[in-house]
Design a protein around this ligand. Sequence first.
Ligand SMILES: NC(=O)c1ccc[n+]([C@@H]2O[C@H](COP(=O)([O-])OP(=O)(O)OC[C@H]3O[C@@H](n4cnc5c(N)ncnc54)[C@H](O)[C@@H]3O)[C@@H](O)[C@H]2O)c1
Length: 285
Amino acid sequence: MNHPAIRKDAVAVITGAGVGIGFAIAHRAANEGMQVVLFDRDEGALNTASKTLLNEFPGLKLLAIKGDVTSEADLHSLYERSCELGEVSLLVNNAAVIQGAGPWDGLSKWRKLMDINFWSVLTLQSMFVETMFSQSGAAAVVNLGSKEGITTRPGNAAYSVSKAAIKVLTEQLAHELREKVGDRISAHLLIPGYTFTPMNFPGMTGSTEKPASPWTADQVADRMVEGMSAGDFYIFCEDNESTWELDQRRMQWAVDDMIQNRPALSRWHKDFSDKFAAHVADVTK
Ligand SMILES: NC(=O)c1ccc[n+]([C@@H]2O[C@H](COP(=O)([O-])OP(=O)(O)OC[C@H]3O[C@@H](n4cnc5c(N)ncnc54)[C@H](O)[C@@H]3O)[C@@H](O)[C@H]2O)c1
């Protein structure tokens, strides 16, 4: 049985829903008979997404809103217009960017990225969670995390920091919701692996061939529903290269950096490369 927040006629709100994982989640929600609200800053993508969904689901109640998650006015409009449709039972904070910025440079890039990847999530959470309290039905918030926010590979500091922040924010949200309303409103951290989307394949079109390693965005959306329905908070996606067993070993290594007082990010430290290789040897054969 599906998570009770995924139910016919209730409203699903998805940011960054024009393409990629956001669109796949909107597609899955439409397939479940939900009303869908697509929010994206890319008007062209939004139009294509709307047409595709309405074509496949002729009776679908769909609202497409062009807006930027860094604009509080746009987020407020998203909130108001979504609530007018009916009970919002699912909020998916999916929009994000992966612009590189290092640990001591690119401050303006950091601010922009944190605005999109972190502050917008907190802002929408603060609007919708209050409303979910006042509704009577089950509801859920799904925030998009990343393995880069857990094992925090070097080279993309701003993105990793934003996704680590989302992990902690969502854990705190899950706890507070559990304390306040039990399991009526749940929070989930969806953690995609390497996925075939424009984020990784800029300029991709319907005819771009998917390489072997990534999962499709639909696989991620299906895993989201499966994980929510099983009551999982951490909803991990493997991909066709990294198995769940390998992810587990990588996370264990990251936590052991602290427990064993190793250097930061020792997985990428030359003195530890052999030890790390041995640590994952039996799951990478
Ligand atoms: N693709 C992956 O391999 C992968 C892996 C781990 C996590 N994720 C996470 O999954 C989520 C979706 O990723 P994706 O690969 O589908 O991304 P994508 O770049 O393919 O699509 C993102 C969508 O968000 C929209 N968007 C970006 N900034 C926006 C803004 N300021 N306001 C409104 N809309 C905005 C874009 O227009 C686009 O339609 C992100 O949170 C990403 O960090 C992706």
